[in-house]
Each structure stands twice: as C-alpha cells, then as structure tokens.
Design a binder for this molecule. Structure first.
Ligand SMILES: Cc1ncc(COP(=O)(O)O)c(C=O)c1O
Length: 399
C-alpha cells in the first residue's frame, strides 16, 4: 500500500540512529565509546526531580491546557522578561513536548507548499526534515568555515529568492558550537525584518556558553530590529531534562494561538508531571542557576580537554573551536583514502575498528565533517581521542 505524500521524504533522525546503533553494539558486549549523544550526561538536578515527585503525590497527573500550565507559562515569561528588559506577554508562551515539538508547531504553521525556508548550515539534522514535512523547500545557507560557518546578510542575499519565507538559526550551534554575537544576530534579524521573513531562533543551548553569561539571543536585541519571529528554547539541555520532554516557544500571542490549536490536535499538552518539574527549574532560581553553572563548568573543562588533545594528537585535523553547546565539529576529508570517501564511511570504519561512535556530517549538511559530543566523562574522551588518533596514524602509515 503506498503511503501518503506527507511522508514521502521522511527519514528517521540521523543522530538518533547513530546513538541507537552505538547503544545496541554496547549491549551486545562490544567495547564502545559513545560520543554521539545529543544530551547532557548529568542527572536532572535534585530540586527539579523532587518537585515532580511532590506533584505526583498531590495528584498533578491530569491534562493541563494545551499550551501548558498557566503558572509555568507565566514563570517562563518572567524569565524572558528579565532577559529582554521589557514585559513579555505570557500568552505568547506555548509549552511543548520538547523543543522539537515547538519547532514542528512553528514550521508546520508558518510554511507550506511553494515556500522556501533557509536554514543556517551546518544545521541540526531535524530542521530540513520538518520543513519537508510541511511540504516547504528547505534551503541550506553555509557561512564561512573560517568564521565557524556563521552566516551574515551577504550569505542570505546570495541564497534568498522570491519564495523565501523563513530562516532558521541556532546559537550556540549544534553541531559546530559556534555562537553568534549580538551584532551578528542583529544584522540577521534586520535582514529578515526588511524582507518580511520569519526568523526562527533555536536557543536551546543558550545556557551552555563559555563566554560571559548566557549566549545572546533574540530578546537581547533592540526590539526595533526584530522581524516576525519565533524563539524556541526548553529545559532539555539547560537542566539535563531530555527525557522529561519540555520545550517552549515564544511568539506573538496571536500566532501562539495557532501553535496551541495545532498542538491541541496532536499531543494535547506536554506531560503534566514534567511541567511541574519544569516549573521548579524555571522558578527556583538559586538552585537552578547553581546547577546550570556546575554543568557549564564541566562542559567547559571538557571542551578545553578535547581541543587540547585534538591539537596534540591530530594536529592536521581542522576543527571549529566551540564557544557553546557540547560538540566539536572536525573535518576529515584530509583523511579520506583506502576506500573511505565520506565522513559516513570514515565514521563506520571508526566504529568497526576502534569502537568509537561519532556522527557523520551527512546528518548536518556536509559529509566532510564529523561531530564529537563531549557530554561524557574526561576518561572516555581521552580514550576515544587516543583511539581516533590510532586509526588516523595507522591509515597514514599504510598510505
Ligand atoms: C539544536 C537543537 N534544537 C532542538 C533540539 C530538541 O530538543 P528537545 O529534546 O527539547 O526536543 C535539539 C536536540 O538535540 C537540538 O540539538
């Protein structure tokens, strides 16, 4: 039986596929070092877990309104208002089952057949697939490698067409770890404003930033330079809450009504106990800020470790020095040969020969690159880098 054209181009998430294979090989007894994960390796902070348990005891197990518990939406709006320095209407917040659903709500509601959606590349693997599900056309826009692939109005001018309706950016970036500075974001926002292009800004890694304070986002910009926009964020990465499935979007309340209606037909509301947990994450500021700072310090130490060891062990392998998130993106086309002609085949060989799982750049729009996640222990990172160096050394010795 043929399936609907809705899913004609649908494929499973490439990053989840690698991670699942690595876990399966480990379960079969192989010695696997899994550096493919897209999630913090920390437990959810205790005050958040305890709030959920208390909520269960109090019977908070029923449906909530589709857009989420009003007290959670108001609390998130208050956090955004502190950042923006102006009031943020809580009716613009929609709580979702992970940031992924916020992105789906936005992309599916805003774009459709005939629309082009520009995506800053290398991109998180899901964006083009969501655009395709909406039957819009994803169009990748690469910035310059020397600038961490960050895009600027010049790149957008070159890629835009009359059909361009949207742009998706992500800072700090998965997979590159690049972070847009406020002026860079402003220039992009103004470009979108002047052309009436929707800007979707995925700020899910905002708190994992190795500079001063959280990374800049849309709300720190002068409101006058803002185009129509949707800000996407959530609890998954900031508070090590990936399995709880809590994200949110913030947009004009009139647009948020449509997101809510869409969600009311698909999942109703994000899981109620998870919303209760998220309320603690966003309202118990002292405990949450301490947890975020502690995890951030660990990520920064690991970032430093990986970059230092990459320079020592793999001096000829270019990589982007990450300023946020928990990934290092490095370039392997200089290592091709001996039947390896893509990052995909390079990663397969690495997994087979050395038991190290990384994600090939095909998942992010450029299969000359590889993503290493350092959301794991220092010991595993050290062993993995030694194994990578061993495969690279053996390949160059036999060349
Ligand atoms: C850039 C980016 N956006 C969104 C998500 C999805 O987050 P969530 O788990 O909250 O759906 C991820 C997850 O890996 C991500 O890397």
């Amino acid at each position: 039986m043929p399936l609907s054209p809705n899913v004609a181009k649908l494929k499973p998430s490439a990053t989840i596929a690698v991670s699942t294979l690595a876990k399966q090989l480990a379960a079969e007894g192989r010695d696997i070092l899994n550096l493919s994960a897209g999630e913090p390796d920390f437990d959810t902070p205790a005050h958040i877990r305890e709030a959920a348990i208390r909520g269960l005891g109090e019977g908070r197990t029923r449906y909530t309104p589709p857009a989420g518990l009003p007290e959670l939406r108001k609390t998130i709006a208050a956090r955004l208002a502190e950042r923006a320095g102006r009031s943020i209407p809580w009716e613009g917040i929609v709580v979702t089952a992970g940031a992924k659903q916020a992105l789906f709500n936005a992309i599916f509601s805003l774009f459709g057949p005939g629309d082009e959606v520009m995506i800053a590349a290398p991109y998180w693997t899901t964006y083009p697939d969501l655009a395709t599900l909406a039957r819009a056309e994803p169009r990748e826009v690469f910035g310059d490698e020397a600038n961490g692939f960050k895009i600027s109005p010049g790149h957008l001018d070159a890629a835009a067409s009359d059909a361009t309706r949207g742009l998706i950016i992500n800072s700090p970036s998965n997979p590159t770890g690049a972070v847009y500075r406020r002026e860079e974001l402003s220039a992009i926002a103004e470009w979108c404003r002047d052309r009436d292009v929707w800007l979707i800004s995925d700020e899910i890694y905002r708190n994992i930033h190795f500079g001063e304070g959280p990374a800049s986002g849309l709300l720190e910009l002068d409101p006058g330079c803002l185009p129509p926009f949707v800000l996407v964020d959530g609890a998954s990465k900031s508070f090590a809450m990936t399995g709880w499935r809590i994200g949110f979007s913030y947009a004009d309340p009139r647009i948020s009504k449509t997101f809510t209606a869409l969600q009311s037909q698909i999942t109703s509301n994000a899981a109620t106990p998870s919303q209760v947990a998220a309320l603690a994450a966003y309202s118990d500021l002292a405990a949450s800020e301490a947890a975020v700072a502690q995890m951030g310090a660990a990520f920064q130490r690991r970032r430093d470790l990986v970059c230092r060891r990459m320079r020592e062990l793999l001096p000829d392998v270019p990589f982007i020095e990450p300023e946020g998130a928990f990934y290092v993106f490095f370039r392997v086309d200089g290592l091709f040969g001996n039947g390896v002609d893509s990052a995909t085949s390079w990663c397969s060989r690495l997994l087979e020969e050395e038991g190290v799982a990384l994600v090939p750049g095909a998942a992010f729009g450029d299969d000359r690159w590889v993503r290493l996640s350092y959301a794991t222990s220092d010991e595993i990172l050290e062993s993995a880098l030694q194994r990578i160096a061993s495969m690279v050394g053996a390949a160059s010795a036999s060349a």
